[in-house]
Design a binder for this molecule. Structure first.
Ligand code: NDP
Ligand code: 8X3
Length: 251
């Protein structure tokens, strides 16, 4: 099978939209996340709507053993992954440093940083052996600028930025492309997760301006993956027309 993409965090938001966009372009999709019911529905949808092959892996990216077991369990036909999208991630809380919750910090670092490293390590052997592959890491405007009460999340995304640069350097001899995409505010389940189900707080984030949508990020991801063999977008920052960076939003 050719044209295989593995997307982490495909049960909602960017990851789901990326799976749909790539499937529409003829890519066979491995979708991953923790919510098996959503993954099953997505696999069904991708196969029926776009006539591509699709399969799912259920694992928590924080669980090192589970990551390697799941990826190593892929049937032979699915092993030659061409593109890995490290998208699974989250913010938890928006508190000043002294009030931030330690468990929230642990979860963000374990998911956004260590999870991304584990998944990449598990997928890499196939890419290095084939001297071919594209790793696309979902950063954030929070990877580029620290904002008030963003401490743990901004640190985790700065780490994604640093690791993307590190991968790009170390993987040069293997001809593996590494792209970091840094989006601004986008309306997905992200803020509901960040504010732990508080719908009012989550909605406020997007009040008074038109944010990005998951579909926008999916379009950009497909574009980054559609360039000639010799061309790599190393990093790309994107926001809605109302946002300048991680701090300034015109409402
Ligand atoms: P969503 O909350 O809609 O999606 C997050 C996805 O990550 C879900 O599919 C979730 O799946 C998965 N995920 C979270 N934790 C884990 C875990 N421990 N193991 C496996 N999967 C996990 O948010 P977005 O689509 O907005 O976010 C996607 C990425 O984009 C994140 O990395 C986020 O930081 C980043 N980002 C988001 C922006 C925004 O404004 N929305 C802007 C910039 C970057 P499940 O719960 O089923 O495991
Ligand atoms: C998500 C966007 O502005 O909440 O990474 O950090 S922001």
């Amino acid at each position: 099978m050719d044209k295989i993409i593995l997307i982490t965090g495909a049960t909602s938001g960017f990851g789901k939209a990326i799976a749909e966009k790539f499937a529409a372009a003829g890519w066979n999709c491995i979708v991953t996340g923790r919510r098996a019911d959503r993954l099953n529905a997505l696999v069904d949808q991708l196969q029926k709507q776009y006539q591509v092959q699709a399969t799912s892996l259920v694992f928590d990216v924080q669980d090192r053993q589970a990551v390697f077991t799941a990826i190593n369990s892929l049937p032979e036909a699915w092993k030659n992954i061409d593109i890995l999208v490290n998208n699974a991630g989250l913010a938890l809380g928006r508190d000043s440093f002294e009030n931030a919750n330690l468990d929230d910090w642990d979860t963000m670092i374990d998911t956004n940083v260590k999870g991304m490293m584990y998944v990449t390590k598990a997928v890499l052997p196939v890419m290095t052996a084939r001297k071919k592959g594209h790793i696309i890491n979902m950063g954030s405007v929070a990877a580029k600028l620290v904002y008030k009460e963003g401490n743990g999340y901004c640190a985790s995304k700065h780490a994604v930025d640093a690791l993307s640069k590190a991968m790009r350097i170390d993987l040069l001899p293997h001809r593996i492309k590494v792209t970091a995409i840094h989006p601004g505010a986008a309306e997905t389940e992200f803020s509901m997760v960040r504010f732990k189900g508080d719908e009012t707080k989550a909605k406020q984030v997007y009040d008074g301006f038109t944010p990005l949508y998951a579909e926008d990020i999916a379009d950009i991801t497909l574009y980054c993956a559609s360039l000639p063999e010799n061309v790599c977008i190393n990093e790309l920052t994107v926001s809605s027309i109302s946002q300048a960076d991680g701090i300034y939003i015109h409402k």
